[in-house]
Design a protein around this ligand. Structure first.
Ligand SMILES: Cc1cc2nc3c(=O)[nH]c(=O)nc-3n(C[C@H](O)[C@H](O)[C@H](O)COP(=O)(O)O)c2cc1C
Length: 180
């Protein structure tokens, strides 16, 4: 059982992120959720706190800031990073080493020995765009394990690739990663 930092970006699949945080917790992991500020506009951090019995983190600056150096504390706490849902914007930022909020800064500050998994969630055109493909390749080269995505109906009304994997599938991939 490990300490998992679960990062979620703004996505129509955030309900699956909430379910995942619950399933990981029920599996015995200690789970701390880090939402992007936009994700926190779509879903309440309080829900994640209730599901994980841990503080959920959002902003690095401004009134919502909790600790003096949350990003460093998180980077030292995490034994695994799991991003689900990971949207196109978050993937692009990480691929280019950007660190302009708590989530991206904490990830950049985490030792490379810590395993990092990422489950994309986005519209099929966003996923198939050469820029996103390039960014995913860059992240894979940096050691990220890209979990892939499912096919089917998207919240935006189209069919195709880019659906966030089901929480049970992500849970299984986390278990497999921990046995490596
Ligand atoms: C309701 C809603 C759902 C969205 N779902 C997604 C999504 O699943 N994947 C994605 O890449 N962008 C999605 N977006 C667009 C992102 O919110 C946008 O790219 C934003 O800049 C992401 O910010 P963040 O990376 O800081 O969370 C969605 C936007 C809205 C309003």
């Amino acid at each position: 059982m490990v300490r998992i930092a679960l990062g979620c970006s703004a996505s129509a699949a955030l309900h699956k992120g909430a379910d995942l945080s619950s399933k990981l917790t029920q599996s015995g992991h200690e789970v701390r959720v880090v939402l992007t500020a936009r994700a926190a506009e779509l879903i309440s951090p309080q829900l994640f706190e209730a599901l994980t019995s841990q503080p959920a983190h959002v902003a690095e600056f401004g009134a919502a800031r909790k600790g003096a150096m949350d990003h460093i504390q998180l980077s030292q706490w995490a034994e695994m990073w799991l991003l689900a849902p990971a949207g196109a914007d978050l993937i692009a930022k990480l691929a280019h080493g950007m660190a302009d909020d708590l989530l991206t800064t904490a990830i950049l500050a985490t030792p490379l020995s810590v395993p990092r998994l990422l489950a994309p969630a986005m519209n099929p055109h966003m996923l198939g765009h050469p820029a996103t493909k390039r960014n995913l390749d860059l992240l894979e080269g940096d050691g990220w394990r890209i979990l892939g995505s499912g096919d089917g109906h998207m919240a935006c009304g189209v069919h195709g690739a880019g659906r966030l994997l089901e929480p049970a599938e992500i849970l299984a991939r986390v278990a497999a990663e921990l046995q490596r």
